[in-house]
Design a protein around this ligand. Structure first.
Ligand code: ABC
Ligand code: CA
Length: 473
């Protein structure tokens, strides 16, 4: 699937080990440091749960074989500690099960994104005692950079030194060498074909020489790839769009989290941050938009306020880029630092009536309708403005969303100006989260009131007919 085709998807992020077991258990114990039993077959059995929330694609954790030893850093359940890139991780099933997952998704008109990590392998022992012969195919020390620890201020060190710890070092591959590149290029070409993969999530993209990516992604068949460049600065992150079509929107992750995590968060920093992304990135509509992932404390670990969380989730789904919701957000999971943020989803019983399952479904539903109604919606670059210090208004095509950080007890009356919304004189609009009808005044301005600190999403009433949203208005 091409970058342009991915623009219209909505992604659900799965940690395979923690999403669903083959036996469908909702009570199996999960020690968050160990393998907990999730499988590709378990995931296949629960695709309705994902699709009914409005998602069209699933990002799964890395699929290749990892070492089996338990370590003081835990087990390799997340999949980032590769030992053999030609075999699958049998904890998740056989290669045939992965093929079956891909087919099951495609049969529903959904897509598969696979996480890959060509930067390193993983070793269960000290950094200077690595036995390279355990790696396939990188079975010699000459495929790797010598051991050193990363100094963020030095780009050569970021690219060539080793991630990981003294318990589990991540031997860093010489991705600038033709020998390593050739192996990875044929590997990715085969991987994408063997499992009919539609998109890639590129782990540790900032730790690989930038010249590696163009031939690699070409070998992958030109499918969409979104890179992980873990940095909060747009000037650092955006240039990666020169090497891969998408990048995870970490800069806005930081400003958004800060803005909505408390009633004292800075909305003006969020406005500035969004504007800076738009002017710095080649194409914000191809970024991966997220509020949570498996590396960061969950948003509700900062606040238990449902309204603040709804504001942040709505912002994630409606801002520029491809929304990515991490498993457990729909069940209001509250885990903090790794590994607490990697709870087994099955303990939720896969409720489809929970507050956030239904909320995400509503917002995804509006985005899915808007993109179908207006072909320019997804490539429209959102414009943000701030009518007061607690509120951000985001206009993307004909979707106008209003997000605030007043919290569950917050109330306010304010006027959205026609210049911020694009509403015309007397225009009828629907607030689709409450199905309340509004009309702009003769100047196109709209008077609204915020209650319980909730976000609001306005959409032209005339464009709702046939949608089923708010009974098709
Ligand atoms: C984790 C912990 C370890 C712990 C271990 C048990 O569990 O990090 O401390 O000892 C996998 C596992 C992890 C495991 C690691 C290492 O392997 O999932 O549980 O460690 O064994 C990706 C994946 C991630 C994966 C890997 C490795 C990479 O998403 O799940 O981890 O394949 C760096 C990398 C980034 C990586 C991340 C975990 O580490 O760049 O690719 N994620 C600074 C640095 C970043 C650094 C970040 C976190 O700290 O610049 O490079 O990320 O350590 C902003 C700044 C940023 C700054 C942040 C904190 O603040 O702009 O520069 O980031 O404002
Ligand atoms: Ca590297």
């Amino acid at each position: 699937l091409s970058p342009a085709q991915w623009r219209s998807q909505s992604i659900y992020q799965v940690i395979t080990d923690r999403f669903a077991r083959t036996d469908g258990s909702t009570s199996a114990f999960c020690d968050v440091n160990r393998y907990c039993g999730g499988t590709w077959q378990g995931l296949i059995n629960k695709l309705d749960y994902i699709q009914n929330m409005g998602f069209s694609a699933v990002w799964i954790s890395p699929v290749v074989q990892n070492f089996a030893q338990s370590t003081d850093d835990g087990d390799s359940y997340h999949g980032y500690w590769a030992t053999n890139i030609y075999e699958v991780n049998t904890n998740f099933g056989a290669a045939a099960d992965l093929i079956k997952l891909s087919s099951a998704l495609h049969a529903r008109g959904m897509y598969l994104m696979v996480d890959i990590a060509p930067n390193h392998m993983g070793y269960p022992g000290c950094p200077t005692c690595v036995d390279y012969s355990i790696f396939t195919p990188f079975n010699k020390q000459s495929y790797f950079h010598p051991y050193c620890t990363i100094n963020d201020a030095d780009d050569t060190s970021v690219k060539q030194c080793w991630l990981g710890s003294n318990n589990v070092p991540l031997p860093d591959l010489r991705t600038e060498d033709t020998a390593v590149q050739d192996i990875f290029n044929s590997w990715v070409s085969q991987l994408v074909k063997n499992y009919t993969i539609d998109g890639l999530r590129i782990d540790t993209a900032k730790h690989v020489n930038t010249g590696f990516w163009e031939p690699f992604l070409q070998a992958a068949g030109g499918i969409y790839a979104v890179g992980e460049v873990l940095n909060g600065d747009p000037k650092y992150v955006c240039p990666y769009q020169n090497y891969m079509p998408g990048v995870l929107n970490y800069p806005t992750y930081y400003t958004m989290t800060q803005a909505f995590q408390s009633t004292g968060g800075s909305i003006s920093n969020l406005v500035n941050g969004v504007n800076q992304m738009r002017t710095t990135c080649a194409d914000t509509t191809l970024l991966g938009s997220f509020l949570e992932n498996h590396d960061q404390p969950r948003f509700p670990s900062y606040t238990s306020d449902v309204s603040l969380t709804k504001n942040a989730i709505a912002f994630t789904i409606l801002q520029d880029g491809i929304p990515i919701i991490y498993q457990g957000q729909e069940q209001f999971f509250r885990g903090g630092e790794v590994p607490a943020d990697r709870e087994a989803l099955w303990t939720s019983g896969y409720s489809t009536t929970s507050t956030f399952y239904t909320f995400i479904k509503q917002v995804n539903g509006l985005r899915n309708w808007a993109k179908q109604k207006d072909t320019s919606y997804l490539s429209y670059k959102a414009q943000v403005s701030s009518p007061d210090s607690r509120t951000i208004v985001m206009r993307k095509g004909s979707v106008v969303s209003v997000h605030n950080n007043r919290g569950a007890n917050g109330a306010a009356s304010l006027t959205l100006s026609s210049s911020a919304t694009g509403f015309t004189s007397g225009q009828s609009v629907m607030e689709i989260l409450t199905c309340k009808a509004y009309a702009a005044d003769s100047n196109g301005n709209l008077a609204i009131s915020i209650t319980d600190g909730l976000p609001q999403v306005f959409y032209p009433t005339s464009a709702l007919s046939g949608s089923g949203i708010c009974a098709g208005a």
